[in-house]
Write a protein that binds this ligand. Structure first.
Ligand code: FES
Ligand SMILES: [Fe+2]
Length: 413
């Protein structure tokens, strides 16, 4: 993110903290709870937003070398994504052209060949059919048209995008809109993949997504224990910007107060605020120069009231080095909630610290209350939820979602 933009956001946040005001959308909405339970709607969103919508499957660091691969079935189509021997990112339907078995069964790894477990037809990382056992018995197969079915795949700005439909259109600039230059600027393509946590929860994917839509709850839901993000971040003050169907949402770390005594030309967002991007329909991504965490939220196709969240961590080579050498103060899972342990924004925030926050906060608290809301929605006894003036990200997501499915707009309270 450009320095001027960082300055402007940091100033806005400090002003809001000083004035004790939050972002104000100027309107409150009613959101029907059927939104989280309607089978017809679930079917439409699955078809439109998952089976036929570009999907962010990860970052360049997920495929660090030629021969690296990852697999996913999260959006209905089994996908095998590879980096071929020329370094090209490719994606295929992970289904053998003989009788459909998956040719790669691990979540990720390295392979020079993908050997189908059923009868050992063999494919290259570029998807070519390169081996058929006992072809003399099986009969001749035209290998040139029986490679893995290729899907549109684009690696851009350090992101790996796949379209689950072989004839789908994939335009990353259009998907990112005005945030594209910012994403490019973060240079997230150089980050290393550090692991994934999966949360399988009893709440609709949109309720899971909603939990990222405000910090109004920070001091309430997350203020109840000392081991909590409320002691790292301020709630009730966000800098919010929508662009198309996406948005950017920045909230301050408590360290932001250090800026008050620092000359403005030395200001830097790192360690002072959290930048959260939302990319339609199901991606939440926190970004700084050293850590990126991507939250990919998927419906459970079998159950409207369930969802899967995959939380993927990436870190910069510099952060890895700092942790390896101990050259900087390392924030880990033990000292993560201790402001005293921090080093004016120069501390090295480890993936273990991020995991601790995600576990104690998102899993134990946000999704805990989200599951309660799902029960209320399923009971049919609660007609609607309310989105406040300080929750513009919820207004934005629900408005865009409804518009995309041709639903009437939200009603004002
Ligand atoms: S199904 Fe793959 S080799 Fe037969
Ligand atoms: Fe939360």
């Amino acid at each position: 993110m450009q320095h001027e933009m960082q300055m402007s956001i940091l100033k806005e946040l400090l002003q809001k903290l000083d004035d004790d005001v939050n972002v104000d959308a100027g309107v409150q909405y009613k959101s029907p709870t059927a939104f989280y339970t309607c089978p017809d709607q679930a079917q439409k969103e699955w078809a439109l937003f998952f089976r036929n919508h570009p999907q962010l499957i990860g970052l360049s660091g997920d495929l660090p070398t030629p021969g690296s691969f990852v697999t996913t079935e999260d959006f209905g189509v089994p996908v095998l994504a590879t980096r071929d021997k020329d370094g090209q990112f490719r994606a295929f339907v992970n289904a053998c052209r003989h009788r459909g078995s998956q040719v790669a069964t691990e979540d990720r790894g390295e392979a020079s060949r993908f050997i189908c477990p059923f009868h050992n037809w063999t494919y290259s990382p570029a998807g070519k059919l390169v081996g058929i056992p006992r072809e003399k018995d099986f009969g001749k197969i035209d290998r040139s048209c029986h490679g893995l079915i290729e899907l549109p795949a684009v690696e851009q700005y350090g992101m790996l995008w796949v379209h689950p439909n072989a004839t789908g259109k994939l335009d990353v600039d259009a998907l990112l809109g005005d945030f594209a230059p910012e994403i490019e600027d973060w240079d997230i393509g150089r980050l290393k993949y550090k692991g994934v946590a999966t949360m399988d929860k009893r709440l609709n994917w949109k309720l899971a997504n909603d939990t990222f839509g405000e910090t109004y709850h920070f001091s309430r839901l997350h203020g109840s224990t000392l081991n909590n993000i409320f002691y790292i971040f301020y709630g009730d003050a966000i800098a919010y910007e929508a662009n198309g169907r996406n948005h950017r949402f920045v909230f301050p770390s408590r360290s932001i107060d250090l800026l008050r005594t620092l000359p403005e030309d030395q200001w830097d967002m790192e360690g002072m605020a959290v930048v959260l991007y939302y990319f339609f329909p199901n991606i939440q991504m926190t970004v700084n120069r050293e850590n990126v965490t991507i939250f990919k939220i998927y419906p459970d196709k079998q159950s409207i009231g369930r969802s899967i969240t995959r939380v993927c961590n990436y870190i910069s080579p510099e952060l890895q080095e700092s942790m390896d050498t101990g050259a900087r103060v390392v924030i880990d899972e033990v000292n993560v909630y201790d402001q005293e342990a921090r080093d004016g924004g120069n501390e090295a925030v480890s993936p273990e610290a991020v995991n601790e926050i995600v576990n104690s906060t998102l899993e134990q608290e946000d999704y805990y209350v989200g599951e309660m809301a799902q029960k209320a929605a399923e009971s049919g006894a609660l007609e609607y939820l309310i989105f406040g003036r300080n929750e513009p990200a919820l207004h934005h997501f629900h408005t865009n979602y409804r518009d995309a499915l041709g639903m009437p707009p939200l009603e004002q309270l």
